[in-house]
Design a protein around this ligand. Structure first.
Ligand code: ZN
Length: 678
């Protein structure tokens, strides 16, 4: 065989080059990645050029639809590679992914800056074409998105924008390195066992192992969450708690890893970028295509919740002070709250595990969504999975029509990243009677089976399964004629509604009775255990809420109001805001903002977007109240949710979709009730 023939064979065998509904994960190898991406990038570039240079009159088909199609194969292939790198990686795959990833991102971020393409899209817009609502929305969103990415700037403006983006990437990378380095610069070795009093055995053995790994005697503690959290919650020794708290709350605020100037620089760059693009501030730039629409409405939302939480917050803090019977410092709060929780509820989360065997939880969840949404989830033997633990399922409508399929991969492996997530591989087009099915995956790192014992989950893990499955339903039930508006491609502050609402079924007796059964006896959760679990849910609910509100408000004030000339150093400015939301007086050197990676670890990150956590909670609690009112298995409300939310993707404004489902705008009352604050 000649060399040319062999190359041709490798290329045509490359499983990344063709879209298959049953994705051949088992055939994708590291050596396929670079050749496939080279070909797909060249193909996508050529198609983009062809759109820009097309001299025919502008139509939806030859402009926007053509642009959607231009990247379809590339989207598919990079999605598969990224997924495999996350769930079944090995050195060759990782380096192949790292080699292509920057080229692919560069291609995508170059699209809005392509002058010819922008001209074509504007020309289409100017024809005021008659379009279906979804296609019209795609046009509007594309025009806005190109503008937000600088398509309308002159050459000097584009140059400055590129400089800002480079500077932001540099500053935010440095910010997160400083947080990491200053976190790692701290260690505390406890040498006397008596100083460990109060600490649970798991935390002790982790501290022991950490000391051994460093070749030191005693117990080693760090500022990483798995070490820091138990220490602040359980350790009796108050002096040690104070020392560790102070180290934690002053990370990256002085010396070698100081983020104070960097934080102000990042804020300044973001503001300049927003002004350059014609926005009042960075919050308005980021929120333009979100449900909140702008910074002012997000901030007003948080401030209204704050006003509704303050009362209960004061009462909770007084209760804790009375219980401890002295004036608490920040390093006392978690510790005394845990003591109070034990006194009131004496609730051990581990006691629930035997009632949550994985198989039953999953089949019970399928039962619930079947009742609600009129769908059937069927397990199928999988042919081409990336690991033998992976399960493959089909979801069919009541009439038997295939809506989609998904892979479930629940257990940890060394070759798999942490956390839990849902991913879409194929977003099918809605075009009855030939609508295409969707394909996606839900992944997690849940408690695996051990020997003869099946996988027994914590309640939090059960919520995780329901949560990710909610995202999956948003994909699989989507019926949209525009691919890029389908599935979970919705506004950031709307995307958690379908997922978080599912968690509510994990707290209702009727639903739990379907799937929470003792793995040996088949008994449901005993009533007293269930009651304790419910009551513990609202314990110090106002404090939990004020903490989230404080982060959301400091985020918005920094991105909307802060001016270094007027307000001075960013650390005291932020501390002053946070103080109002704290149960106790914050120390003078408290500098949490300097390590707030959520906001500052990448050019956009959660900047001006932290409010979305609370926003989504308001939506899910409010929407679930309709199920509570009509019965948690109500098919009528289920179909209403499916029809107005789950099937609609981003084909309409999320506020409109929500209003159509609820018959009104979101109301925070249900969240306040659920958190014990009403
Ligand atoms: Zn989620």
């Amino acid at each position: 065989m000649s060399l040319v023939c062999r190359i041709l064979k490798v290329v045509s065998d490359n499983p990344l080059l063709h879209i298959h509904f049953e994705i051949p994960f088992d055939r994708v190898r590291a050596e396929h990645v670079e050749p496939a991406m080279a070909e797909l990038l060249a193909d996508a570039r050529a198609k983009v050029e062809a759109i820009a240079s097309d001299s025919a009159p502008r139509t939806y088909d030859n402009t926007l639809l053509a642009l959607e199609k231009a990247t379809e194969r590339l989207d598919y292939a990079i999605g598969i590679v990224r997924h495999l790198e996350g769930v079944a990686t090995y050195p060759e795959l990782r380096s192949a992914f790292n080699a292509v990833e920057p080229l692919v991102s560069e291609f995508y971020s170059g699209i809005p800056l392509h002058a010819g393409l922008w001209k074509a899209i504007k020309a289409l817009d100017e024809t005021h074409p008659e379009l279906t609502p979804a296609r019209h929305r795609l046009l509007t969103k594309t025009v806005e998105s190109f503008r937000r990415h600088g398509a309308d700037l002159d050459d000097a403006g584009k140059k400055r924008l590129a400089e800002i983006d480079v500077a932001l990437a540099k500053a935010t990378t440095k910010f997160s390195e400083n947080v990491l380095d200053s976190t790692n610069a701290f260690e505390l070795i406890i040498e006397e066992e008596k100083d460990l009093a109060g600490l649970p055995p798991t935390a002790r053995s982790a501290a022991r192992a950490s000391a051994e790994s460093k070749g030191v005697n005693g117990w080693r503690f760090t500022l990483q969450a798995p070490s820091y959290q138990p220490l602040m919650t359980y350790l009796d020794n108050r002096e040690i708690r104070e020392k560790v708290y102070r180290a934690y709350s002053t990370r990256a605020s002085s010396g070698e890893y100081d983020n104070s100037v960097l934080t102000a620089d990042i804020l300044k760059l973001r503001r300049e970028k927003a002004l350059l693009l014609g926005f009042r501030d960075f919050a308005d730039l980021v929120l333009e295509d979100r449900m909140a629409k702008n910074g002012a409405s997000a901030q007003a939302f948080l401030e209204r919740l704050e006003a509704r939480t303050e009362n209960r917050f004061t009462i909770e803090n007084q209760e804790l002070r009375d219980f401890a019977s002295f004036e608490l410092e920040p390093w006392d709060v978690g510790y005394w709250a845990e003591k109070l929780r034990l006194k009131l509820y004496d609730f051990d989360e581990e006691a629930l595990r035997p009632y949550f065997p994985m198989e039953k939880v999953v089949s019970g969840m399928f039962d619930i969504v079947g009742r609600l949404f009129g769908i059937r989830v069927v397990h199928k033997p999988a042919a081409h999975v990336w690991h033998p633990d992976v399960r493959y399922y089909e979801i069919r409508d009541e009439d038997g029509r295939l809506l989609g399929a998904f892979y479930a991969d629940w257990y940890p492996r060394e070759s798999k990243r942490g956390g839990a997530w849902m991913d879409a591989f194929i977003i099918g087009l809605y075009d009855p009677p030939q609508s295409e099915p969707h394909a996606g995956t839900i992944c997690g790192n849940l408690t695996p089976p051990v020997g003869e014992t099946p996988s027994l989950l914590t309640h939090r893990e059960v919520e995780t399964i329901f949560h990710e499955f909610g995202h999956l339903l948003h994909l699989v039930l989507s019926q949209i004629e525009v691919r890029s508006l389908g599935g979970t491609n919705v506004a950031w502050d709307f995307v958690e509604l379908p997922s978080q609402i599912m968690e509510n079924w994990c707290w209702e007796r009727e639903a739990l009775n379907l799937f929470a059964r003792h793995y040996q006896t088949g008994e449901p959760i005993p009533e007293d255990l269930f009651q304790k679990m419910r009551r513990a849910r609202t314990f110090r609910g106002a404090n939990a809420q004020m903490r989230q509100l404080s982060f959301g408000i400091v985020d918005l004030k920094l991105h909307r109001e802060y001016s270094p000339e007027r307000d001075g150093d960013v650390i005291p400015y932020s501390r002053h805001i946070l103080q109002k939301f704290s149960a106790v007086r914050l120390p003078e050197d408290h500098a949490m903002i300097a390590s707030f990676t959520h906001l500052f670890a990448s050019p956009v990150a959660y900047g001006a977007g932290y409010y979305s956590y609370k926003w989504a909670e308001v939506l899910d609690a409010d929407a679930f109240s309709l199920f509570l009112e009509h019965g948690i298995f109500s098919r009528e409300i289920g179909l209403q949710f499916r029809g107005n939310i789950l099937s609609k993707g981003d084909s309409e404004d999320p506020a409109v979709l929500y209003r159509r489902f609820m018959g009104r705008d979101p109301d925070p009352e249900a969240l306040l009730v659920r958190s014990g604050l009403a």
